[in-house]
Design a protein around this ligand. Structure first.
Ligand code: PRX
Length: 563
C-alpha cells in the first residue's frame, strides 16, 4: 500500500518534522506552564485552575453523554468540584503521597476524583471499571492504598476487610451508610482547609497505573507531575489540539491512555473533552461523534474494526466535524487505515507508547506522510533505536528490540516497591520496550510483535501468569498455560490450555464454568475466550517451565492454515 500524504491545505502545530527534530529541546516548552513563573507545580492546576485564572472559566471543559443523558461542565465548574472534593479529602486527613484509589465508571465523577487527589499532592490509583475482586485486591494491597473513592454499585466488588491499609471509603452516592462517607452529603459542609492545592515538585508522584507483564502479578507504574511536559507537547503536536477542539478519547482512565490522553493532554491544551458512559455500541458511538461534534478522536484498532461492520449505518449520521483521527494500543492494520480513509476521508494516525512511557513516543503526525504498517517516527525530543539484547544498535531494516534513550520527561518514576523490576527495563542508556520492531531509512518504525509472552487483546495488556494463577485455583484444573491467539477483530484473544484433574471430564459446561470463574474473580478482559484441554503441557526438560511459545507457534500455524 502506498504512503498516504497529508492534505495539502492543512495548517499544523508541528509543520516541519525534520526541522523540529534537529533543534527541539524539552526545556523550550517550560514557559508554557504557570510554574515557569511562579515555581508552584501541580498538574491539576495546569489542567483546570490556570484556565479559570486566565479567563477561560466559562469554556466547556467536559461533555458527558450516556444514552439520553447529556451534561456539560465548564472549567470553572470543574474547578469548584475538584476544590470541594480536594477540601474534603484534606479534611479527612489525606496527605501528600498517600495512595487514593478511584473505582468509578466513565463518568465526570471519575475525572473529578482523579484530579482532586492530584490537587492535594496524593497519588491517584485509577481502576478499570470492569475489574473484579482479585484484580482490585492485588492492586490496592500492593500499593497500600489508604483511600478509595467509588460508588455503591461497584463497592461490593472491593474486598474492603482484606485490605489492611484501607482507612476510608468515599462514595459518590447520596446515601446514609455506616462505614462510608457520602461525598454529596458532606462535601459542601466541610470547613475550608487553609490551602487546597498542594504545591509539589515536578518529581513528586501523582498517578499509578498497574500493568501486566509476561511474569508475575501486575506492577505499579508510578508517574510524576513532570509527565505534563510531554503530555502537553504531544497533545499539541500529535493530537493537534487547539482550544476550539472537541476531543474524544474512548479509553477509561483506569488505562494509561484514558488518563494521559483522556484527561491530562487535552486539558493541558484547554480542549473540550467528551466522556461517553456505557458500553460499546456502534450506533451510540456514531451518535456521540455527531451530537457532540467531535473534531479529534483517539481510539484503538479493535474499536475501529468493530465499527467497520457498521459502515452503512454511519451514512445516516453527520460526522463532518471530525478532522483528525488517531489510534493506539495494538497494531493498526492497513485495512483499517483504508477503511478510515474511505469512510471519513481522513487518515488514521497510529501512535505507539506504553504505560511505562507516560506519553506518546513513536507517532504519525498530521503534517507528514503515513506509511501504512508503520507506527510512525519518534516524537521530536525522543531518540529511538533498534537494538540487540546486549544494547548494540542494529542497522536500519534489521529486526530487534525497540528501545528509547533514557531521559524523556514522561518516563515512569518507579515501579512501586520494586526497584529490581524498574532496573530490568534498562540496558545501558536505553529503556527497552520488549516490543520487536524494524526501522527504515527515514526513521519510520514497524511493529513486529512482542519479545515476551505478554498478550494484547483489544489493546489491553494481559499477563499470562495472572490468568494461569487464577485458572489453577479452579478445582478441576491442574495445570494451565495461557497465550494470545491471533484474532481478526481483537488482535489477539486469550486462549488457555489446561490439564484437568484426574477423573474430571472435559465438557462444554465445565469450560464455561472455568471461563466464568476467571471473569468474575479477575476481570472480563482476562477471561480465556477459548479453552483447549491437553493431556500434558510442553515444558523445558531441565527446569520444567511451561513453554508457552510452543503452544503459540502451533496456534499461529493453525490460524495461517485457515486463512
Ligand atoms: O506491545 C505494544 C502495544 O501495547 C504495549 C503497551 O501496552 P500498554 O502499556 O497497555 O499501553 C497501551 C497504550 C499506550 C506495547 O508494548 N502497543 C501500543 N501501541 C501500539 C502497540 N502495538 C502496536 N502498535 C501500536 N501503535
Amino acid at each position: 500500500m502506498n504512503n498516504i500524504l497529508p492534505p495539502k491545505a492543512g495548517t499544523y502545530q508541528l509543520a516541519n518534522y525534520l526541522e523540529t527534530v534537529s533543534d527541539f529541546k524539552w526545556k523550550s516548552t517550560y514557559p508554557h506552564f504557570s510554574w515557569y513563573n511562579t515555581n508552584k507545580v501541580n498538574l491539576t492546576h495546569e489542567c483546570i485552575d490556570r484556565h479559570v485564572e486566565e479567563g477561560a472559566g466559562e469554556k466547556i471543559a467536559l461533555i458527558y453523554v450516556n444514552g439520553n443523558t447529556r451534561e456539560e461542565y465548564t472549567f470553572a465548574q470543574l474547578k469548584q468540584k475538584t476544590d470541594e472534593l480536594a477540601n474534603l479529602l484534606k479534611h479527612q486527613g489525606v496527605k501528600k503521597g498517600d495512595r487514593a484509589f478511584v473505582f468509578l465508571p466513565k463518568h465526570p465523577d471519575c475525572y473529578v476524583a482523579i484530579l482532586a487527589i492530584i490537587k492535594i499532592g496524593a497519588i491517584a490509583g485509577p481502576l478499570f471499571e470492569a475489574f473484579m475482586e482479585e484484580a482490585i485486591f492485588d492492586r490496592m494491597y500492593d500499593c497500600e492504598a489508604s483511600v478509595l473513592i467509588t460508588n455503591l454499585e461497584l463497592l461490593p466488588r472491593v474486598p474492603v476487610e482484606k485490605l489492611p491499609h484501607l482507612e476510608q471509603v468515599l462514595v459518590t452516592d447520596d446515601i446514609e451508610r455506616e462505614g462510608v462517607v457520602s461525598i454529596p452529603r458532606v462535601v459542601k459542609n466541610v470547613p475550608a482547609q487553609a490551602s487546597i492545592t498542594e504545591w509539589v515538585d515536578l518529581e513528586d508522584g501523582m498517578i499509578i497505573h498497574y500493568t501486566s507483564g509476561s511474569t508475575g502479578k501486575p506492577k505499579g507504574v508510578l508517574h510524576a507531575h513532570r509527565v505534563m511536559i510531554q503530555q502537553y507537547q504531544t497533545g499539541k503536536w500529535v493530537l493537534d489540539l487547539k482550544e476550539e477542539d472537541v476531543y474524544w478519547c474512548t479509553a477509561h482512565p483506569g488505562w494509561v491512555t484514558g488518563s494521559s490522553y483522556g484527561i491530562f493532554a487535552p486539558w493541558l491544551n484547554q480542549a473540550t473533552i467528551v466522556v461517553h458512559g456505557g458500553r460499546f455500541s456502534a450506533d451510540e458511538w456514531f451518535e456521540v461523534l455527531q451530537d457532540t461534534k467531535v473534531s479529534v478522536w483517539y481510539s484503538a484498532p479493535t474499536a475501529f474494526r468493530l465499527l467497520m461492520d457498521h459502515t452503512t449505518s454511519l451514512s445516516t449520521y453527520n460526522v463532518s466535524s471530525l478532522r483528525h483521527i488517531l489510534s493506539v494500543g495494538e497494531p493498526l492494520n492497513p485495512e483499517v487505515i483504508t477503511w478510515g480513509y474511505d469512510t471519513f476521508h481522513l487518515r488514521i494516525h497510529d501512535t505507539w507508547w506504553m504505560t511505562e512511557t507516560g506519553a506518546q513516543l513513536i507517532v504519525n503526525i498530521p503534517s507528514a506522510p503515513i506509511k501504512p504498517g508503520s507506527m510512525g517516527r519518534p516524537v521530536p525530543g525522543i531518540s529511538a533505536s533498534i537494538i540487540d539484547e546486549n544494547g548494540k544498535e542494529l542497522p536500519r531494516g534489521e529486526l530487534g528490540l525497540l528501545a528509547i534513550k533514557r531521559g524523556w520527561p514522561s518516563i515512569m518514576k518507579q515501579i512501586w516497591k520494586n526497584e529490581e523490576k524498574y532496573q530490568s527495563y534498562f540496558i545501558g542508556d536505553y529503556y527497552v520496550s520488549g516490543d520487536l520492531a524494524t526501522m527504515d531509512d527515514e526513521g519510520y518504525v514497524f511493529f513486529q510483535g512482542r519479545s515476551d509472552d505478554m498478550i494484547n487483546s483489544s489493546g489491553e495488556r494481559i499477563g499470562p501468569f495472572e490468568v494461569e494463577s487464577k485458572l489453577i485455583e479452579h478445582p478441576a484444573v491442574v495445570e494451565a498455560a495461557v497465550i494470545g491467539k491471533p484474532d481478526a477483530i481483537r488482535g489477539e484473544i486469550v486462549k488457555a490450555f489446561l490439564v484437568l484433574a484426574e477423573g474430571v471430564k472435559e465438557t462444554e459446561e465445565l469450560k464455561k464454568e472455568i471461563q466464568t470463574f476467571v471473569r468474575y474473580k479477575l476481570s472480563a478482559h482476562a477471561m480465556p475466550r477459548e479453552i483447549e484441554v491437553l493431556q500434558e503441557l510442553p515444558k523445558t526438560q531441565i527446569s520444567g517451565k511451561i513453554l508457552r511459545r510452543v503452544l503459540k507457534a502451533k496456534e499461529s500455524q493453525k490460524t495461517k492454515e485457515k486463512v
